[in-house]
Design a protein around this ligand. Structure first.
Ligand code: SF4
Length: 329
């Protein structure tokens, strides 16, 4: 078994164990983190859970590591007034659970503070709305469980690869937002139940209609291939992302042109003048050598040995995003 397969199977087992130990069977309830996500994705993940790929499994591990790092940091700083993975079952017709990463308690001041940890590959400019929805449900749930306490909430985001951290603080329970999210949870749950009742249709591949919400998270969605929002050739929801990419690419091209121009100018100066100092930097003409494969000589050598260069060349496929101007309809 190769290393990738070993990692894939063992990380899948670990992920399943972790889910069972901390979250239980997610088909039986709605989690606070699910309510802010696209309803179709949430429902289909309960009905057709699918197997995670290595990239997703590594992301899960990165999330657990981030939580462990924060727990160790708070312990080292002398804090012992926190609990981890606090589960709260919300009362009501919809089976709803909130799993909170950290709850800090001050018995003296009667304050309970939620800290939700998010591990990302890039620190966003602000918290995602799905994070905030999760936090409002968690705060509402905690407020109902501990009416004598003031509740506060925050999100701590970690980019482990670049060592960056962002803290989004100052949240407090908002009854109107909480009630709106509870209503949303009710709708998702009733659509989920309808899907389960119509499971025969699902088995036949006929989908009952579910609400869809296009977001940047669609690129991580296992159900994008069958998603009605991406069914037609034209997907207006991605217009902004396409426009942003094209603008950045145009700027990159202009900048590369500018960089080349300035480099050429400065090189011409140091070529004439020799090393100089300017703007707090030393500038000089540097020469490096790099190994170069002489293909003609190699080909001649191989031919003499009765073989050809072509025999050592192989096609390797690679993927990239191709963007071409669409013809006007
Ligand atoms: S692709 Fe996007 S809109 Fe479609 S189900 Fe997945 S998350 Fe929802």
């Amino acid at each position: 078994m190769d290393i990738q397969t070993t990692m894939l199977t063992s990380l899948r087992t670990l992920a399943e164990q972790h889910t069972v130990e901390t979250l239980g069977d997610r088909r039986d309830y709605l989690g606070a983190s699910e309510i802010g996500y696209c309803p179709r994705k949430v429902i289909l993940e309960k009905i057709h859970p699918g197997e995670h790929d290595l990239a997703t499994l590594l992301r899960f591990q990165r999330g657990h590591m981030a939580e462990d790092i924060i727990a160790r940091a708070f312990t080292a700083a002398g804090y012992s007034n926190f609990e981890r993975q606090v589960e709260i079952v919300l009362p009501g017709d919809v089976p709803l659970k909130a799993h909170i990463d950290f709850v800090f308690t001050s018995k003296v001041h009667k304050i309970k503070s939620i800290l939700e940890i998010k591990s990302t590959s890039r620190i966003p400019d602000g918290p995602y709305s799905s994070w905030e929805s999760q936090l409002y449900i968690q705060m509402g749930a905690l407020a109902r469980q501990y009416p004598e306490y003031s509740i506060k909430g925050a999100v701590l985001t970690l980019d482990l690869a670049h060592g960056e951290v962002a803290f989004f603080n100052g949240y407090e329970p908002q009854e109107t937002i909480f009630n709106g999210l509870m209503e949303r949870a009710g709708t998702i749950w009733s659509h989920y139940q309808a899907m389960l009742r119509g499971n025969d249709l699902v088995r036949e591949g006929v989908e009952l209609e579910m609400k869809t919400e296009v977001s940047p998270l669609c690129s991580f969605c296992d159900h994008i291939a069958t998603c009605p929002r991406f069914e037609t050739e034209d997907v207006p929801e991605l217009e902004n992302a396409v426009a942003a990419l094209q603008e950045l690419q145009a700027r990159e091209k202009n900048m590369q042109g500018e960089i080349k121009k300035i480099k050429k100018h400065l090189l011409a100066v140091v070529e004439q003048k020799g090393p100089i100092k300017s703007g707090g930097c030393f500038l000089r003409k540097a020469t490096r050598s790099r190994k170069h494969l002489d293909i003609d000589r190699l080909e001649a050598f191989l031919n003499e040995s009765g073989t050809f260069l072509d025999e050592y060349q192989e096609n390797r496929s690679f993927s990239f995003l191709e963007i071409r101007k669409a013809k006007a309809a």
